[in-house]
Design a protein around this ligand. Structure first.
Ligand SMILES: Cc1cc2nc3c(=O)[nH]c(=O)nc-3n(C[C@H](O)[C@H](O)[C@H](O)COP(=O)(O)OP(=O)(O)OC[C@H]3O[C@@H](n4cnc5c(N)ncnc54)[C@H](O)[C@@H]3O)c2cc1C
Length: 412
């Protein structure tokens, strides 16, 4: 995580930061209602933040598709708290499975780790979990060797749909070697605290319902709207038919508004909901706002120069006129900002056992690769995209620490 305050302290401009939850945006009144979510309660817990211009970048929440039991029993994979919960649950499952006199069926259930969603997030998590088992858990608790089992469940016919066929095959064969089971064409219909019920499409085209017992269930199937975004959409008539998020134009202005922009996972600009898109949209808006602020400054200067010209002595008029011409040229240059254009740099995913797959844009073509070298490339890409040097160093230290001393498995 990159603390926002760490970024703000390097900014020359005055930026006010409130760590709070935006509970509602009133579009007509131009007010954001904010609530302090901290455990320590002060005098004020709720407040109003008026705005002239608003950027919405609240991301998305996990999509459960209304499947009963998912919210209650599955672990998600979005916020840091989710990761901590997963770590605690893995260790709970392992310790309970090794508790004295546990039945064999119960041991098998507790040590069955099911990941639902075969996109990059689910694939990376399944790979990392198997690594954790092979590199750490097995050393301390060798008796779970034959029972610990990772299964990746996907409703579509294959995992990683955004990658080329060759890399999908490579991932599937790598998972087989690592003993991670992939169950495609398997659609989860219902979740209880001990098993999932899934509809399986058989090779002959028939369907069957199967109960799959689990100890840990990780849900990584995509994005849904946050309530604050859903509420904002309901206030803007032009967003009536929008389903997946705030629909924006090519300048990222929310359709039907003039003073609201949306970026990242909460915006629908016909790009995949990835950090790559979100980061480029953020940089574009920064350029756009800088341009708007420069335009304002130049227009003010132009107005002042015009007023001065009216009262100036004849010998000074030519100088002022030259200045006006120069400012007008500057204004034309500044106003030349084109619409947002996404530049796709490629897709990368870690698949476990120090291997990764990459589909990277290379000049005008594509470069597909998989294996250990791609894993090193993945790591370097990961590091280069850390926002600050501080985080880059901390991540490096973390990797070295895990390599030499194993992963941290404390429950809390
Ligand atoms: C496990 C995982 C792995 C991923 N790996 C990759 C990857 O390798 N490459 C890639 O390109 N993308 C990846 N993604 C997708 C990527 O993380 C998202 O597309 C990206 O973070 C979207 O950025 P965002 O700023 O729109 O939203 P977020 O990063 O989700 O940020 C939204 C922020 O808004 C805050 N917020 C939410 N609601 C409110 C509210 N009401 N009031 C105030 N604050 C609020 C949240 O706490 C959060 O800090 C991954 C996603 C996951 C879950």
């Amino acid at each position: 995580m990159e603390p926002i305050r760490n970024i703000l302290r390097h900014k020359k401009r005055a930026v006010r930061f409130y760590e709070a939850e935006a509970t509602k945006i009133d579009y007509e009144k131009k007010i954001v209602y904010a609530k302090d979510d901290s455990d320590i309660k002060g005098d004020t817990m709720e407040t109003e933040v008026p705005f002239d211009m608003l950027v919405v970048g609240v991301g998305a929440e996990n999509a459960t598709f209304g499947i009963p039991g998912v919210r209650e029993h599955a672990c998600f994979l979005k916020e840091v708290g989710d990761a901590q919960r997963i770590r605690k649950q893995i260790m709970d499952c392992v310790e309970t499975a090794t508790f004295k006199d546990q039945s064999q069926d119960e041991i098998k259930r507790l040590l069955h780790m099911v990941v639902v969603g075969g996109g990059p997030t689910g694939v990376e998590f399944a790979g990392e979990l198997q690594d954790f088992f092979q590199e750490d858990l097995l050393k301390w608790i060798p008796q779970i060797k034959d029972d610990f089992h990772v299964t990746l469940v996907e409703a579509l016919p294959n995992v990683l749909p955004m990658f080329s066929k060759q890399l999908i095959d490579y991932t599937e064969s790598s998972f087989k070697e690592e003993h991670i089971e992939i169950r495609t064409k398997t659609m989860v219909k219902h979740v209880t605290d001990k098993y999932i019920e899934a509809e399986i499409s058989k090779p002959d085209g028939t369907k069957a319902i199967e109960k799959i017992p689990y100890g840990l269930l990780v849900w990584a199937t995509g994005n849904a709207l946050r309530p604050v975004v859903k509420d904002l959409m309901s206030q803007i008539p032009a967003q009536k038919n929008a389903r997946r998020g705030l629909e924006v134009n090519e300048y990222l202005v929310v359709n039907g508004t003039e003073n609201v922009w949306a970026v990242g996972d909460c915006a629908v600009a016909n790009y995949a909901p990835t950090a790559q898109v979100a980061a480029q949209e953020g940089a574009f808006l920064a350029r756009l706002f800088n341009t708007m602020s420069k335009t304002d400054a130049i227009e003010t200067e132009l107005r002042e120069l015009s007023a001065k010209q009216g009262t100036a002595k004849p010998e000074d008029r030519t100088v002022i006129l030259n200045e006006i011409t120069e400012r007008q040229r500057q204004l034309r240059r500044v106003k030349q900002i084109g619409p947002f254009q996404y530049s796709h740099q490629g897709s990368l995913a870690y698949i476990g056992a120090e291997k990764a797959v990459a589909d990277v844009s290379w000049f005008s073509g594509n470069f597909a690769s998989g294996g250990t070298m791609t894993y090193l490339f993945w790591k370097s890409a990961y590091l280069s995209m850390c926002f600050s040097t501080r985080n880059r160093v901390l991540v490096c230290f973390d990797w070295v620490k895990a390599k030499f001393f194993g992963r941290d498995v404390s429950r809390e």
